[in-house]
Design a protein around this ligand. Structure first.
Ligand SMILES: [Zn+2]
Ligand SMILES: [Zn+2]
Length: 320
């Protein structure tokens, strides 16, 4: 949903498919900008089958229920009667209809297993680990002897928890790419290790001055990465133990990372973030809806400064 618009104006442009019956909806991952209006689309396309990974389904359900809460609050705050654009009940109903797809299993549009080089039986699709957030996938479509690959948001580098994407190596005819870095190339001497070191030093400098640190991060993905980085910093004695504050949605997402730690492809598989890092959970769901506003971090900072919370904190938002 568009964070600066409200109601119908905040929805994606569904007009080009308004008069057409869609067979299937393929969801790459559960960030707000990829799944945020799925119940609306499902209402408008009731015959479309919806496919995603099982993990995306769990995260997506959590995220959409959170969105209903946010929209219900916004209904009063910004006075739009168009909100919520879907309800808790509609969210539950929608998620009951989702089909879960394992990675690297070609499926037909009816959800049946298909052979890898299906040609006669129409279109097939296959999900590949995109290394972006838990459950994320790039999607390979095959039809009429040709292939189309949609990357979704993707990360080819190993992160602290997530391992880099494992995409198909075969020739692709059409590639649809998304990225979260825009057109900014990494500096020539960029390394993740050096950036982590720089982050730890920056935080340490702030603490030495008696300050606190606010890190605007997405509830899904970056929150868990940052928590895991802090865990590493602590083990490497780059930083001492310090209180950490996260928002309510972040804690729910982190619990899913913990619960699925042994069944997903990831690093630090035994690390249980909620138990190990024991973050304080601050009820900040409001910020989930306004995550793309530049002022979010500042708003949050002002609120926290005026609140009884003293110490170090970081915030959350739901897009990405
Ligand atoms: Zn995205
Ligand atoms: Zn994303």
């Amino acid at each position: 949903m568009h964070p600066k618009n409200a109601g119908e104006e905040a929805l994606p442009n569904f007009k080009p498919i308004a008069d057409r019956k869609i067979d299937a909806i393929l969801i790459s991952h559960a960030h707000q900008d990829h799944i945020g209006t799925l119940p609306v689309l499902m209402q408008r396309q009731p015959d479309a089958r919806v496919f995603m990974t099982e993990t995306t389904a769990e995260i997506g359900n959590t995220l959409l229920h959170n969105s209903v809460n946010v929209m219900t609050r916004q209904r009063e705050e910004i006075g739009t009667t168009l909100y919520p654009v879907f309800t808790h009940r509609e969210t539950d109903h929608a998620s009951e209809l989702w089909h879960w797809c394992p990675l690297r299993h070609p499926l037909s549009i009816s959800g049946e297993r298909a052979s890898q080089h299906e040609t006669d039986d129409g279109l097939t699709f296959e999900f590949f680990d995109a290394g972006h957030v838990l459950g994320s996938a790039g999607i390979l479509l095959r039809a009429e002897g040709r292939t189309l690959f949609y990357t979704g948001d993707v990360n080819f580098d190993n992160q602290t928890i997530m391992e880099g994407a494992t995409f198909p190596q075969d020739k692709i005819d059409i590639l649809i790419m998304e990225c979260t870095r825009g057109d900014h190339a990494k500096p020539a001497n960029w390394t993740r290790a050096r950036e982590e070191q720089r982050l730890a030093e920056g935080i340490d400098r702030a603490f030495t001055r008696g300050g606190c640190v606010l890190i605007p991060v997405f509830a899904l993905g970056k929150t868990q990465e940052v928590l895991a980085m802090f865990y590493k910093f602590r083990r490497e004695q780059l930083l001492p133990e310090f209180p950490i504050y996260i928002g309510g949605l972040s804690s729910k997402m982190t619990a899913i990372y913990d619960r699925r730690a042994h069944t997903t492809r990831r690093q630090l598989a035994r690390l249980q973030l909620m138990a190990e890092m024991a973050p304080f959970v601050y009820p900040l769901q409001y910020f989930c809806a306004t995550s793309s506003r530049k002022s979010t971090a500042f708003d949050l900072f002002r609120r926290l400064c005026g609140s009884p919370i003293a110490g170090r904190c970081f915030a959350e938002c739901a897009t990405g």
